[in-house]
Design a protein around this ligand. Structure first.
Ligand SMILES: CC(C)(COP(=O)(O)OP(=O)(O)OC[C@H]1O[C@@H](n2cnc3c(N)ncnc32)[C@H](O)[C@@H]1OP(=O)(O)O)[C@@H](O)C(=O)NCCC(=O)NCCS
Length: 150
């Protein structure tokens, strides 16, 4: 399947929220996404769209403040996982952060989320710490990607 990346718009939010609900146990609301794409000047949100039927198959978000990036979300529709879309979105966000001057990109990931951890490790993110009970009942691992080390 051919996939293209585009900035997330308000018109995308129904599909995005649907994927969100199929991906996270504490999903973000439509308003959260709306605020991010309309009101947060440091935020960059993208969707991955099938070129075949125009359907959104995944999305990601990153904040870039000065020389630091912070990935806030990343998800791929369950039907389209393990086909490279997550990598495509992550690669695009890292390149954007680099272009905007970031030297490092941080993220939090659930300790038990082996799938996402596998993806981040493949991209050479390094584990640098742990936030106790960040997800109410579970720790977050804090990971960092450094542009200088690649
Ligand atoms: C994490 C997620 C975005 C990955 O998306 P994806 O499109 O399936 O990812 P890719 O196909 O690009 O896979 C990239 C790498 O992720 C890892 N990975 C993907 N699926 C995996 C699985 N089921 N088990 C272990 N590792 C897996 C592998 O390292 C894989 O690399 P490989 O194909 O060379 O083995 C997707 O599983 C998802 O949306 N999960 C639910 C939401 C979530 O947890 N988001 C991350 C929050 S921090």
């Amino acid at each position: 399947m051919q996939v293209e990346i585009a900035p997330m718009t308000v018109n995308d939010l129904n599909e995005v929220v649907d994927i969100e609900h199929n991906s996270f146990s504490f999903p973000w609301s439509r308003n959260s996404f709306y605020g991010e794409i309309r009101e947060n000047r440091y935020a960059y949100y993208i969707v991955a769209r099938s070129k075949d039927d125009g359907r959104i198959i995944g999305y990601g978000g990153i904040w870039v403040l000065f020389d630091e990036g912070h990935i806030t979300t990343l998800a791929v529709h369950p039907l389209y996982r393990q086909a490279g879309a997550g990598s495509f979105l992550l690669d695009h966000m890292l390149k954007k952060a680099h272009t905007k001057g970031a030297r490092q990109v941080f993220l939090e990931v659930r300790d038990s989320n082996q799938t996402a951890r596998g993806l981040y490790e493949k991209f050479k993110f390094k584990e640098i710490g742990r936030r106790k009970n960040y997800y109410y009942n579970e720790d977050a691992l804090v990971m960092v990607y450094s542009f200088t080390s690649v």
